[in-house]
Design a binder for this molecule. Sequence first.
Ligand code: HEC
Length: 151
Amino acid sequence: MKLLPILFTASLFMACNSDKKKDRSTLNFEEITISDTQEQKTTTPSFTRGKEVYSDFCMTCHLPNGKGIPGNFPPLAGSDWIKDKRAESLKAIKNGLSGPIVVNGEPYNNVMTAQGLSDQEVADVMNFISNSWGNSVKKEVTEEDVKAISK
Ligand code: HEC
């Protein structure tokens, strides 16, 4: 008699497990690795942390290859914002961004909500996107730089 609840629990556990497997095959963003490029040489601790932040908070829109979706989500790979509008990019990551903008000559008019990141995480993800997919900005952004940006 005592065995019954144990068996019951065990079969429940197995049922949950197989459900989980099913979920993973439909929701497989976790399994996609961010495509690195040959040129990428920076692997500072901030860059490495930023890669995690990117896959958790940014990849769904800007995609693993950083190319975004034309007309909807602007590219980060080769983005002139990341190269030339460093302060604006940081501010956008910290506070969100909406309304008409032009990235690499293409117009966008959409909404990016603030992702609720800490100042350190904003700096880390900026360092990651600034040195991935062929982007190369040597000077690292720090937590202090992000702190200095008004909310
Ligand atoms: C819900 C989708 C979405 C998510 C998630 C998202 N973004 Fe964006 N991002 C956008 C959109 C849309 C814009 C353009 C907003 C506009 O049209 O004003 C944008 C603009 C940008 C820009 C400036 C333009 C460019 O292409 O260089 C940067 C930099 C950026 N995002 C980085 C990030 C980072 C880093 C994260 C993760 C912390 C992130 N985004 C998460 C949708 C998203």
